[in-house]
Design a protein. Structure first.
Length: 533
C-alpha cells in the first residue's frame, strides 16, 4: 500500500536527520497505542505497516503509522488524519474496517482490520477468471465505491494494488491515503502546484490536470480501466482496446472511459445497474470468453476443495478442536476429514495425493470417498490404512497418498496414531516445556500391497494438546517462513494458556501467515490443535 504523492513533499534523500529517522523506523516498537506489536508488515513511501493484536479481542490488526520524517510536514499529517476519518465513515463488507486511531509516543497511527488475501493485481496474474466471475468482482468493487460516494468520499487511487481478494474470494477496498471528501475546500495556491496525485495508468484525464478538483466520475473512470483488465484477464499497462471486450460490455466501458467527466456515468448506481443487467442477460452466455470453460472448471474445482477442507470443526464430547489454514494460490494441498466412530471414539485424517492441480483435487475426492466407505469397518488406524492401501495398489488410478490418521479415545485417556510418508504431529504434555514429535515409520499408500503398517498408542491426559499440521515444523529456527518451530508452538501456547484451541491454532500459524501474506505459497497450509478440556 505504497503512497502515491509526488512533487509536493520534502526530499527524502539521506541526511543526518534522515539517517536518524531511518534508524527509528527500523525498530519494531512493543506497543502502538493500546495495540501490542508483533512484527513489521511493510514500508511505504510515507507510512509503515505493523501487525498488532487487538487489546480486547486479540484479533490480528494492521497498524499504520506515519513515518517520523513526515511528522513536521503539515500536508502529510493532514492526509494521514484524513485517511483515518474516511475509513471511519465507511461501514461496508467490501471496505477495510477501522478499529481506532490516535497519537503514540512517535507520532500518529491508524488501526485497521488485518486482511488475509492477495491484491487484485496478483489475482489477475495468477488466476484464470470466467466472464461471469469477472463481472461479479466488478460489481463488488462498484458497491464499495457506491458506499464511499454516498458518504461524499472520492477514493482517487482506485487500482488493482489497492483492492484485495480475501481467502474467501470477496473484495476488500483499501488504502485511502489520498482519498478526498467532496466537501473539503482546497487552497487555490495548493491546487495550482505542479504535482501528481494517484497512479497514472488508472487516473482520469481531469485528475492528471487538477488532482485536487475531481468528483465521482473520476473514480468511475478508474473502475472502467480495472473492469477492462478483469474481463481481459490481464493487466492493460495503459493500452485499452474496447474491441477486445464482449459487445454487451463495450457500451458500458466506453461510457466509463470518456475523456470528459460530464460524458461519463455521473452516478455509480447507473453503472451497477448496467453491469448487473448484462450479467443476468442471455447475451452473457453468447459472449463468453474463449477460455471460459477452463476458467469455470478452475472455479468449480475451488468450490469442490471447500468440501475437502471443512472450515469448522465438529463438536465432539471430551474433545476441543481448532483449525486454521493459509490458502495457497492454487488451493491445492492436504485434505482433512473428521470421522465419528462407534464407542465414543473420533478420527482425524489428513492426507495428500501425489497428483497436482485439477487432477489432484479429483483424486483426493476419490480418496475421501474410499475413506468414508471404509472407516467404520476398521477398529484400529493400521486396519483402515491397510484397507486403503490395498484398494490404491489394485485400483487403476495409480496414485500414491501420504497421510496422518489420529484416532482419539477421550474416555480411555488415549489416542492411536499412524503416519504414512507424512509425519507432522506433536504432543504437548501439560507441564513439560518441549513438544514431543510423534511419528511412525510407514511408507506412503499405493506402493506395496504387502506392507505391514505400524501404529502407536499413547496416553492423552486432560490439559494435553495435540498439533497436527500439513507442513513441516522445525526443531530449530529456520530461514524458511513456511516452517514454524517447536519453540514457536510453545510460545503461542504459553502466551495464551487459557485460549481456546481455535485461538491457539491461529496464534501458531500467525508468523507464517505474516511472512507469506504478500507472496502466498501455492499449496494451502493447514494446522489443527486438539485439546482435552
Amino acid at each position: 500500500m505504497a503512497d502515491n504523492i509526488h512533487n509536493d513533499l520534502p526530499d527524502s534523500s539521506p541526511t543526518p536527520e534522515g539517517e536518524f529517522f531511518a534508524s527509528i523506523e527500523h525498530e519494531i516498537p512493543p506497543k502502538i497505542g493500546p495495540y501490542k506489536i508483533e512484527s513489521l508488515l511493510e514500508k511505504g513511501g510515507m507510512s509503515i505497516l505493523y501487525l498488532g493484536s487487538h487489546p480486547q479481542t486479540q484479533e490480528p490488526t494492521t497498524i499504520k503509522v506515519l513515518s517520523p520524517r513526515y511528522l513536521s510536514h503539515p500536508e502529510a499529517v493532514h492526509r494521514f488524519l484524513n485517511e483515518a476519518e474516511i475509513i471511519g465513515l465507511a461501514n461496508h463488507p467490501n471496505i477495510v474496517k477501522l478499529f481506532g486511531h490516535g497519537e503514540w509516543d512517535r507520532g500518529l497511527y491508524i488501526a485497521m482490520e488485518f486482511i488475509e488475501g492477495i491484491s487484485l493485481r496478483q489475482y489477475i496474474l495468477q488466476n484464470p477468471m470466467s466472464l461471469k466471475r469477472s463481472l461479479e468482482f466488478i460489481i463488488e468493487i462498484a458497491y464499495a465505491l457506491c458506499h464511499l460516494h454516498t458518504h461524499g468520499v472520492i477514493h482517487r487511487d482506485l487500482k488493482p494494488e489497492n483492492i484485495l481478494v480475501t481467502e474467501t474470494g470477496s473484495i476488500k477496498l483499501i488504502d485511502f491515503g489520498i482519498a478526498q471528501l467532496l466537501s473539503e475546500t482546497n487552497n487555490p495556491e495548493e491546487s495550482q502546484k505542479n504535482r501528481l496525485i494517484g497512479t497514472p495508468i488508472y487516473m482520469s484525464p481531469e485528475q492528471r490536470e487538477s488532482p485536487e478538483n475531481v468528483s465521482y466520475p473520476s473514480d468511475i473512470y478508474s473502475l472502467g480501466i480495472i473492469s477492462y483488465e478483469l474481463v481481459l484477464g490481464r493487466l492493460s499497462y495503459g493500452q485499452i482496446h474496447l474491441s477486445l471486450m464482449p459487445k454487451g460490455l463495450q457500451k458500458v466501458l466506453n461510457k466509463c472511459l470518456q475523456p470528459r467527466p460530464e460524458d461519463r456515468y455521473q452516478d455509480i448506481v447507473d453503472f451497477i445497474t448496467d453491469v448487473t443487467t448484462y450479467l443476468n442477460s442471455a447475451t452473457l452466455n453468447k459472449e463468453k470468453k474463449v477460455g471460459d470453460q477452463l476458467s469455470e472448471l478452475s472455479e468449480n474445482l475451488k468450490q469442490a476443495q471447500k468440501i475437502l477442507l471443512p472450515p469448522l470443526a465438529p463438536e465432539w464430547r471430551g474433545v476441543d478442536i481448532g483449525i486454521d489454514s493459509f490458502r495457497g494460490t492454487t488451493g491445492n494441498g492436504p485434505y482433512y476429514d473428521f470421522l465419528e466412530m462407534p464407542g465414543g471414539r473420533y478420527g482425524i485424517l489428513m492426507g495428500e495425493s501425489s497428483a497436482k492441480g485439477a487432477e489432484g483435487v479429483i483424486y483426493t475426492a476419490i480418496f475421501r470417498g474410499m475413506v468414508r466407505a471404509l472407516y467404520r469397518m476398521a477398529d484400529k488406524p493400521k486396519e483402515l490404512v491397510a484397507l486403503l492401501n490395498d484398494l490404491l495398489v489394485k485400483d487403476c488410478i495409480d496414485q500414491i497418498f501420504t497421510l496422518n490418521y489420529l484416532l482419539l479415545a477421550p474416555h480411555e485417556n488415549t489416542y492411536q496414531y499412524i503416519s504414512c510418508g507424512f509425519g507432522n504431529f506433536w504432543h504437548l504434555h501439560q507441564g513439560i516445556d518441549r513438544p514431543e514429535k510423534i511419528t511412525t515409520e510407514n511408507i506412503a499408500l499405493g506402493i506395496d500391497s504387502d506392507t505391514d503398517f505400524v501404529e502407536t498408542t499413547r496416553k492423552w491426559l486432560p490439559g494435553d494438546t495435540l498439533v497436527l499440521s500439513s507442513f513441516p515444523v522445525s526443531p530449530v529456527a529456520s530461514a524458511d517462513y513456511r516452517m514454524i518451530t517447536e519453540k514457536e508452538i510453545l510460545h503461542a501456547m504459553d502466551n495464551n494458556p487459557f485460549d481456546s484451541p481455535q485461538k491457539q491454532a491461529e496464534n501458531i500459524l500467525r508468523r507464517t501467515k505474516i511472512a507469506l501474506y504478500k507472496n502466498p505459497p501455492e499449496k494451502t497450509m493447514t494446522l489443527l490443535c486438539i485439546q482435552r478440556p
